[in-house]
Design a protein around this ligand. Structure first.
Ligand code: SF4
Length: 467
């Protein structure tokens, strides 16, 4: 067998035995709030909210198309009347807003999801608030950017970190990072929101400087919310970076199945005040205490051990969803980008040379000169637009699945029509790469185990011990 292929296979074999976990910025922010809270998600699988984020997601979709459209086109700094400019942008965005609302409602009806009666009003109000916040605070302060990118996924393999940034504004001398929140944060910015913003800023540093600690191109980071814009002070950013790195490492070690001591938050409503806090946290704290005191019934003890074995097996699968990205990164470090891509292409993990043909709803057809396409239907791929000067895993991308491969044509199914529209704006004009990827189903797999665990406690633990 060819040496290049053996090299890639060996890298796969080696990485399969090691842990290829990545921690998401939102998970780092949770661990920064309380490390116990992070553990409730992983490995316990106690999902904290069943909330349907239909309104918030729709607003995110609208912003993802409007930023590089009406917002960028109308960007003016140093104006007197920002209210008027805001209204102009809202009017010029109405077509995008209406199409996205319609697409979302169609999708929600197909999936039988709950839609609030005032859905359209809520979406329009929040969008209006975000646009006014941007014109009043951002445009007033900053010049028009040369380019805007939205929904940018960045993977930093070396630091085990991944995140999706709502929007990046590019300037000739650096970048500005934006995070949308669909609620009003005028009175309180919680730690979680701040930490997620700073964690994402580390990723943006990595995208522009290939080093998360190089802040030379960072112009600003901010949260645009329904009542204005929040800019953390530079000292706050610098101070919180160490905390973010500590918690990122903690989360990574937990995911890798290592025993790490949890640091309680400075203030916990349950532990410090006896007020109502997380019931799931109390449940697992009690479980741990009873186990430590040797009071767990033998059968329940045996079951919990099985639950944990299963949980860590699921987490191992989560690590495998990031395997292809790790292999790409290791090979790039070893051979340089061009040579690594050539080797990955040879084994069929990466495909390039495609161009966009046309799209119908969520489906997009690409073609290339030959008909040697090494992808089968149902494969998941990361569609990457190769931006000059950016590392492969920080280039603009979208996830899609292979629907059909016929001669020199391949049809991909994107997550939504909006994802297709976004990709048409910012990705399809670039050289296109398809990198093999996987779906991450960890949360939905962990959840039933958490429910069984609680059910088993109800059945096997004597009432008096449950108090
Ligand atoms: S109840 Fe306290 S210790 Fe438990 S997850 Fe919440 S903040 Fe953390």
């Amino acid at each position: 067998m060819n040496n290049d292929i053996i090299d890639v296979r060996k890298t796969y074999d080696y990485l399969r035995k090691s842990q290829t976990h990545l921690v998401q910025s939102s998970e780092i922010a949770t661990a920064c709030v309380c490390q116990n809270l992070f553990k409730l998600d992983y490995p316990y699988g106690a999902i904290r909210s069943d909330k349907d984020y239909l309104v918030a997601n729709t607003v995110h979709d609208i912003m993802s198309l409007c930023v590089s459209g009406p917002i960028l086109e109308n960007w003016h700094s140093g104006l007197e009347n920002y209210e008027q400019l805001g209204e102009k942008i809202v009017n010029e965005s109405s077509n995008i807003v209406n199409i996205i609302i319609k697409d979302t409602l169609d999708g929600a009806n197909r999936e039988n999801r709950f839609v609030p009666d005032d859905f359209e009003i809520q979406v329009n109000d929040i969008f209006h608030g975000l646009v006014l916040g941007m014109t009043r605070r951002l445009m007033k302060k900053y010049e028009k950017p040369s380019r805007a990118l939205t929904e940018v996924t960045i993977t930093n393999i070396k630091n085990h970190h991944e995140g999706r940034i709502d929007a990046i504004l590019e300037y000739p001398n650096g970048y500005g990072l934006l995070d949308w929140k669909s609620y009003d944060l005028s009175n309180t910015i919680s730690g979680r929101e701040k930490w997620q913003l700073i964690a994402n800023t580390l990723l943006a540093n990595f995208r522009y400087k290939r080093n998360e600690d190089d802040w030379t191109e960072h112009n600003f980071s901010c949260i645009v919310h329904n009542g204005g814009v929040y800019f953390p002070k530079t000292e706050t950013m610098t101070k919180e970076v160490e905390r973010i790195k500590t918690n990122r490492q903690f989360a990574h070690m937990v995911l890798c199945g290592q025993r790490v001591r949890v640091q309680r938050p400075k203030f916990c409503p349950v532990c410090d005040k006896g007020l109502e806090g997380s019931k799931e946290c109390l449940f697992y704290q009690r479980d741990a205490r009873l186990a430590y005191e040797g009071k767990l019934p033998a059968q329940y003890d045996k079951m919990t051990k099985q639950f944990f074995a299963k949980r860590y097996a699921i987490l191992k699968e989560r690590a495998e969803t990031h395997l292809h990205k790790h292999v790409a990164s290791v090979l790039i470090n070893k051979h340089g980008e061009e040579e690594a891509l050539r080797r990955l292409e040879k084994i069929g993990v990466l495909c390039r040379g495609y161009s966009y043909d046309f799209d119908v709803d969520e489906r997009v057809v690409f073609s290339r000169a030959d008909d040697n396409i090494p992808l089968e239907p149902r494969r998941i791929v990361r569609v990457i637009g190769a931006e000059p000067g950016k590392s492969l895993l920080s280039c603009i991308s979208e996830q899609a699945s292979v629907m059909e491969v016929k001669n020199s044509k391949i049809t991909l199914g994107f997550r939504s029509k909006i994802a297709v529209r976004r990709a048409k704006k910012q990705l399809f004009h670039l050289p296109i790469f398809f990198l093999r990827d996987e779906l991450n189903l960890t949360r939905s797999m962990l959840r039933p185990i958490h429910q069984f665990h609680k059910l088993a406690a109800d059945v096997f633990i004597p009432r008096e011990l449950l108090l």
